[in-house]
Design a protein. Sequence first.
Length: 261
Amino acid sequence: MIGEFKNVLLKKEDNIATITLNRPTALNALCNDLNDDMIEAINIIRQDLDIRVLIITGSEKAFAAGADIKEMMDSNLFEAERTSEKAHFINDTLESLPIPVIAAVNGPALGGGCELSLACDFRIAGENAMFGLPEVGIGVIPGAGGTQRLTKMIGAVKAKEMVMSGKMVKGREAYEIGLVTKCVADEEVMEEAVKYAKKLCQKPASALQFAKSAINYAVDNDINTGKRFEKALFSSCFSTEDQKEGMKAFTEKRRPEYSNK
Ligand code: CAA
């Protein structure tokens, strides 16, 4: 364990960090204290250059059942803005981390919990994971990037169905509509996430980082600006030792040995 907070656990093993949401009495509802713990945990990860992949998970019972409704219900406009701002900050920070981030999801990933998973690069879900944005049903809308990320991910038709009608999707359907990367048996979620993370750890860190940046850039920019960005990143790869090693290993018909430099 490299960090133990009130509502979040942080461990590191073989270059893989895992943040476990740990508020079992409220199905990991994302209260203000939990969000503060997340910010601290992410800060530790950002400073630890040994960490190559981050996994975010909840418990076998729940990934996260959303922002804390009880805490939020009497908010005024200013307080609601601060709540949303903090959740956006966490999700934006995860999305722009220079390492891959995997959400390992069992049980409900609802509201802010779903939005947290959407900010990750990969979602590995159990058959009985349940993704949904039920905010409209309680008089609000998603406030942590959900309307934007979900729409860009699965398109406006399906996003409107989930956000406006409150339709929830289980793991298999989430996979079929392009919301999750992989759907596996519930009990295999964490094992699969670690396997996935280990595979990513074998890739050169800089190429992974540039690939993540370029794809994220495509989501927010027009194609010509994106292509210019891609060209700049592509040529930057040639200043890394790993590009030399990767291509040399190919020509020598051997496995590359990356130094992540
Ligand atoms: N906020 C606060 N507490 C929550 C919570 C939430 N989002 N979700 C669950 N809990 C609490 C429950 O109040 C309950 O606590 P008590 O035992 O003290 O009553 C405990 O967790 C267990 O929950 P349930 O008894 O409801 O468990 P269940 O298995 O019957 O139902 C559930 C599970 C379907 C996930 C249900 O809890 C639920 O619908 N939760 C709310 C989901 C939701 O609406 N999320 C969106 C929140 S708004 C948001 O996220 C805004 C944003 O974008 C930032």
